[in-house]
Design a protein around this ligand. Structure first.
Ligand code: HGY
Ligand code: MN
Ligand code: MN
Length: 418
């Protein structure tokens, strides 16, 4: 199959305008976004994306997890489609580009094909995967996980947010329960491509336009519950205290020590922390927190999980407290499809963009879709490597470079019909 000519480029201003328009939906308080999954803002963003896709001549299908599939027909309706997309949901203090660049980059690929009057043999399907972030309903990549058969829909529907609302109830409330069984189409996928900001500092630091994502590091989320005893902070003698907050602090020190022991590639922290009763003059009797470990090496992840459990258990026993552990998310390191990776690398070369191979530090829907279809990712830099922060920023040139490469990889795989 002839590769697309190097003159095939997307319309960078239209892409940027769409990014800025979507950023108005579910605004944050500091210039970013708070468009958390299954909120009214998420529903509004979905409708905006749907309207743009329908204007571009695409038809919509939605599955029972709310995953959106916007199809541009190919010349051969029986040919397995090429999928391209990411997620529109954001962190509570999220940026304007995490996930959104991949969804609207997919839309821009279709808009550019329309402009150029190009037909492809394989249909092209632009996707929005529900609840990639896992911030409101753990785990991350929940709906692409159900699609890929990693989680059951029943498990997913029962997930509760901090207010006790369920995933299934909220998906129904915003009116986005589709009629297609989640995963019904997974055996008919030619490929899946995802464009994403790096969310780390490497590409910018090295002055590279494009990250060719060959692998994704593995992730482990362990929810730790430490139980002590609520008591008066003034009248309770120090030797009598069962301070769950103190035990948590010692465990978080241990988490940092474990991650550093596997430097330079392993990382560890706790981003979710709940202390109760969280009153100024009560010794906390309970601490619930989620430890996030990551590494490209699965043996390192297993070692970090084991040392967390044994070390936290000992800290709690020494203090007369109890510890409980629940695995609430995770996936092993991922190797993306060699042919898809090559299509991306050839596109970057053909288009004259500087590039380097890279392992994704963050998890993405592509990590699960890689289980059911040939999958790969394109990354562009982000300013200071900052993400999951409202100050997340990219340049127009980086967005253009990433989407140009995505365009070529998708069109080459979908096969232009002469
Ligand atoms: O957690 C992650 O890596 C992704 O941003 N959901
Ligand atoms: Mn993301
Ligand atoms: Mn994210």
């Amino acid at each position: 199959m002839a590769a697309p000519g190097e003159n095939l480029r997307i319309n960078p201003d239209r892409l940027w305008d769409s990014l800025m328009e979507m950023a108005k939906v579910g605004p944050g308080v500091a210039g970013g976004n708070n468009r958390q999954t299954l909120t009214d803002a998420d529903a509004q963003g979905r409708r905006l994306f749907q309207s743009w896709c329908e204007e571009a001549g695409m038809t919509m299908a939605v599955d029972t997890m709310g995953n959106m599939f916007m199809t541009r027909p190919g010349s051969d309706p029986d040919a397995p489609p090429v999928y391209v997309g990411s997620h529109l949901d954001t962190q509570p203090t999220g940026g304007k580009y995490d996930g959104v660049l991949g969804v609207l980059g997919g839309l821009e690929v279709v808009r550019s094909l329309n402009d150029l009057g190009i037909r492809t043999k394989h249909p092209i399907v632009v996707t929005n995967w529900t609840n990639e972030e896992g911030t409101r309903f753990a785990p991350a990549m929940l709906s692409s996980g159900v699609f890929a058969g990693v989680h059951t829909q029943e498990e997913a529907y029962a997930k509760e947010d901090a207010e006790g609302l369920t995933f299934g109830g909220e998906l129904s409330r915003i009116g986005w329960v589709g009629d297609e069984e989640a995963g019904a189409r997974k055996d008919r996928m030619r490929a899946f491509f995802e464009l994403h900001i790096e969310q780390g500092p490497i590409l910018e630091a090295e002055g590279k336009d494009i990250g060719i994502v060959t692998h994704g590091q593995g992730l482990s989320w362990t929810q730790v519950t430490v139980t002590g005893k609520d008591a008066h902070t003034g009248s309770t003698p120090m030797p009598m205290r069962k301070n769950a907050g103190l035990a948590m602090a010692r465990i978080l020190e241990l988490v940092d020590e474990i991650a550093w022991s596997h430097a330079p590639h392993a990382v560890g922290a706790a981003g979710h922390i709940d202390i109760s009763p969280n009153s100024r003059n009560v010794i906390p009797g309970k601490a619930v927190f989620t430890v996030d470990f990551r590494s490209p090496d699965v043996a390192v992840i297993r070692d970090m999980e084991h040392r967390l459990k044994t070390g936290a258990q000992k800290i709690c026993e020494d203090m007369g407290l109890e510890a409980a552990f629940e695995k609430v998310g995770g996936f092993d390191p991922v190797t993306f499809d060699a042919a898809c990776v090559t299509a991306i690398r050839n596109a970057a070369d053909r288009l004259g963009y500087s590039h380097r191979d890279i392992i994704s530090g963050a998890g993405h829907d592509a990590c699960w879709i890689n289980r059911v279809a040939p999958t790969a990712m394109v990354m562009c830099p982000c300013v200071d490597g900052l993400s999951h922060n409202e100050a997340e920023e990219i340049t127009r040139d980086w967005a253009k470079a990433g989407c140009d490469v995505l365009f070529h990889a998708v069109v080459e795989t979908a096969e232009i019909v002469e």
